[in-house]
Design a protein around this ligand. Structure first.
Ligand SMILES: [Zn+2]
Length: 67
């Protein structure tokens, strides 16, 4: 079972790298049982969205192709 320290670490790592299936599994098992880590995930998701707005770029969905 993942500990909060490990889970929050993985959640922030997920912003920078791909997590393994096992890591996602640890998160998926832990989050439903822990409101603290759910809140943490919500917070970093908001931070990520905010930083995307600031940078003005979205890697996943480019706004328009250059042609
Ligand atoms: Zn937790």
């Amino acid at each position: 079972m993942g500990k909060c320290k490990d889970i929050t670490r993985l959640l922030s790592d997920a912003l920078d790298r791909r997590l393994t299936a096992g890591e996602w599994l640890a998160i998926g098992v832990h989050l439903p049982t822990c409101s603290g880590c759910r809140n943490f995930r919500k917070q970093i998701a908001q931070l990520r969205d905010a930083s995307r707005e600031i940078s003005g770029t979205d890697r996943e969905t480019p706004e328009e192709p250059r042609s």
